[in-house]
Every structure is written in structure tokens, then in C-alpha cells.
Design a protein around this ligand. Structure first.
Ligand code: NAP
Ligand code: MG
Length: 506
């Protein structure tokens, strides 16, 4: 690794607007007002690259969640429900304009809160945040039902009319993780509001800041009060209260499979609808005819993007034995070339992990990998005295039984396995041998092998000669224990709507 020059955070290039926001009092956003939590308790917010406290947010309680849900319920049938769909679209476009106008502040706050490199924060806010919001804004006036030619109750043709309407599902509770905080807030809010729903958002306790800044932009955009409510707080209190709330119609959750299962049991009380975007352990299958010039950087990005704290990460490589050594060498050189350090220094492209806990968890997996006999080719160590940094790490000679091959590490740890002359079905069996099924990729110049292998991989998304293609219009979600339902695209909107059928007898 290149030597890391740590910057005292005071010397970091932080704009006046960002400093002003960080120094302001951060409150809960309920019914269009900013207010303190009923607990009076606060949660410190840490910059993971310096370990310094950069802000404090409110620790929302069950009582705060009750207020937020009531305000969302009242707003559902209030002014919001009467706004024509074209105007609803315009409001969402205005919110996108606000994001664009505050792009650099949002990017800086995201980097300070989450630790991601600035290039990535800017790319994701522009390409996913704004684009996604505009994509769903454009859907708002296109939501409609069908007329169905049936003759219920023995009516003759022409004696009745049946039509369906697509209605907002109701009050939505959105619970999101820390790895791409603003994008997940937008990914929940955009289709929910396009559909006409109202929302209570619970950001991750580790990264609440961009959601709160976003709250100020929501105020400016003309969204009626109570339509969007933001309750910062702990998962086991605020998150749990939202998931169990009897007046919430749907929970949209992104996070770990373990907490996803808790959300399912919490939702049983009123049988609210649930969509889950959970963990992954995605395979990357590389055939011997793959173009290594593209494959090597593609594999490095697939695993090390966001320091591996990415649900779609391609963390399990299966490569043909003839090109194994060349691929490993190439990926190792890519790992060596990362500029590791604070994300606000624009040349850095590899940041810290989110927390001390997360780093300890990843280091434990690395130790376990070595103990189980995997070959550590590169990395494996903590770096720097301050900040939760760790080296990108590569293991070869991994077998399917090892923990590092089966469990989601959520850190920059790549496991490489070889294959020889096995059939596609045999390779797929190895690739599919985890409880997850979120993403995956196939690298080959043989179009027929590419499609056949893609069909055999049991996951919600497979890419050929790229990894994890994300676009507002491409449905995304998991098979097996990677989730329920799909986000993005038309299917993502669908999950915020319910169908009502109406029949008229003439
Ligand atoms: P997490 O621990 O599951 O937390 C996710 C959210 O749930 C946080 O807001 C958390 O609050 C809250 N929460 C925790 N316990 C809860 C409970 N009992 N009831 C209600 N809410 C609760 O996940 P994470 O560590 O933040 O994120 C990493 C995980 O997310 C990984 O497994 C990753 O694969 C997954 N992920 C999936 C996708 C996808 O699209 N499939 C995308 C990104 C991440 P606190 O912040 O207070 O804990
Ligand atoms: Mg933070």
C-alpha cells in the first residue's frame, strides 16, 4: 500500500456550508417540524477515517415513532392525496433540483459520515440519487389500472364494467443501512412518493447525517408537512417500534439478513407488507477466454468497491485454472495501487470501514481464513493509527466449506477458487452454494456460455462482462435469503401500490 498521510480533520477541505450543518443542532423531522427526541438522549456521529466525533443526533424513541406515524397517516389523506399526479412529479423534480443545487455539501457530508471516497459519493449521488428521483418522478402520472372484460354474476356482455385502480399502499416505514446512506433514503422515498404514499424514515445510527440534510431539502421542495418524517435512532428502539407499528402499512428494509428476519416477525402484528433487500455473497465466474484487460479491473472493483461494504460485492471468484495465476497477479496489482485515506482527499479511492466493530469482524474472518488453510496473497492487516482502515485482502486456494467462502464478510476480502474441466452445471453448483442470491457475474467472450451460465446462477441479478449493473430502470433484489421483492424499475414502484377492482352493473 502507498503510505497514508493522515490529515487532522480540521485541515480537511470542508466547506463552510458543511461545517455550518455539522455544527447545527440535529433534530427529528416530524410533521414538518424539527424537534427533540422524547428521550432527550443523543447518539454521537463519528468520522470513520479520523475516529473524531463530527456531530450528535437525537435517539428517537417509540413515542417519537408514534408521532411520526400519526403525522404520516394524517398526511396520507390530507393535501398530499389531492395533488394531481403531474404536480406530484413536479414536486419530486424540485427535490431533485435541490439535491443538484446542494450536491457538493451532500457529497462532503456523506464522505465524512460514511468514509466513502469523494469520487464515489459524487458518482452515487449524481447517477443514482438524482437520476432515481427523476426516474420515479416521471412514473407518477403513468400509474393507472385496467378495464377488464368480464361478465360477473351471469351478466351479459355490455351489462357491466370492471376496472382496477392503483392506489398508494399507505404509510411506509423505511429502515436503511449505513453503507450508502443517502442513496438508500432516496431509493425508498422516490417510489413511495411517486405512488402517493407517506413515509417514516429511520436512517442507520452510524450514518444519519445526509438523511437529515435531505430533510431540509424536502422542506424547501414543497412536499406537504407530514408526508416525509425522519426519525434518527437505534435499530432496537426506533427501528423496532416502526417495524412493529400497527398503523404502518408497509416496511421497506435494507440491511442484514439477520435483522431482515426480525423485521418479518415484527410485522406479523398487523400483517403489514414487507420488502427486504438483504445480504449477499455474490459469485464471479471467469472462463479462460475472458478478456483479462477488462476482467481484472472489473473483478477488483466488484469486490473492493466501498471497501467491500456493499451487498452486491463480488467476493467469490471462480476462475479457470489456465488463467488463475494471471488473474490473481492482476487483481493484486490493482489492490496495491489503491490510494488509501480520507475520502475528502480527492485522489484517495479506498476509505476506512464504517466502525471499529466492523473492522474487528472483518479481521476475525481473515484470521479464520488463514486458520482454515486459505492462502493469503495480499493484505490482511489494519493500517494507520487513526481511522478504521484495513488493507484490501486476497485469498487463493479457498474451498467452498471455508467460512470466508460462505458468509457475508462485508469488508474488502476476496476469495478465489479454481475450476478445471467441470460442466457449467457443476460450476454453477459451487457458485450457488451459499444461502444468498443477490448478484453475480460471468466473464467470457463466448456469448452462448455467458447466457447459459447467467441462467444457472441463482440470484436476482447477473451481469455478463461487468458486475452489478445498477440503473434506476433495472429491477434489483435477492433470491433465497438475500431478500423479498424487487426495488428499482417498474417492479420497485409496484411494491408501493395496491390494486382495487371496482365492478359496475348497468
Ligand atoms: P443492519 O444491522 O441489518 O441494520 C440495518 C438497519 O436496520 C439499521 O437502520 C439498523 O439500525 C436497523 N435495525 C437493527 N436492528 C433492528 C431491529 N431489531 N428492528 C428494526 N430495525 C433494526 O445492517 P447494516 O449493518 O446497517 O448494513 C449491512 C447489511 O446490509 C449487510 O448485510 C448488507 O449486505 C446489507 N445490505 C443490503 C443491500 C441490498 O440492497 N440487498 C444493500 C446494502 C446493504 P442501527 O443502525 O441502529 O443498527
Ligand atoms: Mg459516521
Amino acid at each position: 500500500c502507498k503510505p497514508l498521510i493522515m490529515n487532522n480533520s480540521l485541515e480537511l477541505p470542508i466547506s463552510k456550508e458543511t461545517r455550518k450543518f455539522l455544527e447545527s443542532k440535529h433534530l427529528l423531522f416530524i410533521n414538518g417540524e424539527w424537534r427533540e427526541s422524547s428521550s432527550g438522549e443523543i447518539i454521537p456521529v463519528i468520522d470513520p477515517a479520523t475516529e473524531e466525533k463530527i456531530a450528535e443526533v437525537q435517539s428517537g424513541t417509540k413515542e417519537d415513532v408514534d408521532h411520526a406515524v400519526k403525522s404520516a397517516r394524517d398526511a396520507l389523506t390530507g393535501e398530499w392525496s389531492k395533488i394531481p399526479s403531474h404536480d406530484r412529479a413536479q414536486i419530486l423534480h424540485r427535490l431533485s433540483d435541490e439535491i443538484e443545487a446542494n450536491f457538493s455539501t451532500l457529497s462532503e457530508i456523506e464522505v465524512l459520515d460514511n468514509g466513502m471516497p469523494m469520487q464515489l459519493a459524487q458518482y452515487s449521488i449524481a447517477s443514482h440519487g438524482v437520476t432515481l428521483l427523476r426516474y420515479y418522478a416521471s412514473w407518477a402520472p403513468k400509474i393507472h389500472g385496467k378495464t377488464i372484460p368480464v361478465s360477473p354474476g351471469g351478466a351479459m356482455n355490455g351489462e357491466s364494467l370492471t376496472y382496477t385502480k392503483r392506489e398508494p399502499i399507505g404509510v411506509v416505514g423505511a429502515i436503511i443501512p449505513w453503507n450508502s446512506p443517502l442513496i438508500f433514503a432516496i431509493l425508498k422515498l422516490a417510489p413511495a412518493l411517486a405512488a402517493g404514499c407517506t413515509l417514516v424514515l429511520k436512517p442507520a445510527e452510524l450514518t444519519p447525517l445526509t438523511a437529515l440534510y435531505f430533510g431540509h431539502l424536502i422542506e424547501k421542495s414543497g412536499i406537504p408537512k407530514g408526508v416525509v418524517n425522519i426519525v434518527t435512532g437505534l435499530g432496537e428502539t426506533a427501528g423496532d417500534a416502526l417495524a412493529k407499528h400497527k398503523d404502518v402499512d408497509k416496511i421497506t428494509f435494507t440491511g442484514s439478513t439477520e435483522v431482515g428476519k426480525k423485521i418479518v416477525s415484527s410485522s406479523v402484528g398487523n400483517l403489514k407488507k414487507v420488502t427486504l433487500e438483504l445480504g449477499g455473497k455474490s459469485p464471479v465466474v471467469i472462463f479462460k477466454d475472458a478478456d483479462l484487460e477488462k476482467t481484472v479491473p472489473g473483478v477488483a472493483r466488484a469486490c473492493f468497491f466501498l471497501q467491500g461494504q456493499n451487498c452486491m460485492a463480488g467476493t467469490r471468484v471462480f476462475v479457470h485454472e489456465d488463467i488463475h495465476d494471471e488473474l490473481v497477479q492482476g487483481v493484486k496489482e490493482m489492490a496495491e495501487s489503491f490510494q488509501i485515506g480520507h475520502g475528502l482527499i480527492e485522489s484517495n479511492d479506498f476509505g476506512p470501514l464504517i466502525s471499529e466493530n466492523q473492522r474487528n469482524r472483518v479481521l476475525k474472518y481473515i484470521k479464520q481464513g488463514m486458520a482454515e488453510g486459505a492462502n493469503l496473497v495480499y493484505g490482511g492487516k489494519k493500517i494507520n493509527e487513526k481511522g478504521f482502515f484495513i488493507q484490501p485482502t486476497i485469498f487463493t486456494e479457498v474451498t467452498g466449506e471455508m467460512k470466508i467462502a460462505k458468509e457475508e464478510i462485508f469488508g474488502p476480502v476476496l476469495s478465489i477458487e479454481k475450476f478445471g474441466n467441470e460442466s457449467l452445471e457443476e460450476i454453477a453448483k459451487r457458485a450457488n452454494s451459499t444461502t444468498y442470491g443477490l448478484s453475480g457475474s460471468v466473464w467470457t467472450n463466448d456469448i452462448s456460455i455467458g447466457h447459459r451460465m447467467a441462467a444457472l446462477i441463482d440470484s436476482g441479478q447477473v451481469s455478463i462482462n461487468c458486475h452489478a449493473a445498477v440503473d434506476s430502470a433495472i429491477p434489483f433484489g435477492g433470491n433465497k435469503q438475500s431478500g423479498w421483492g424487487r426495488e428499482f424499475g417498474e417492479e420497485g414502484l409496484d411494491s408501493y401500490l395496491k390494486t382495487k377492482a371496482t365492478t359496475i352493473m348497468y
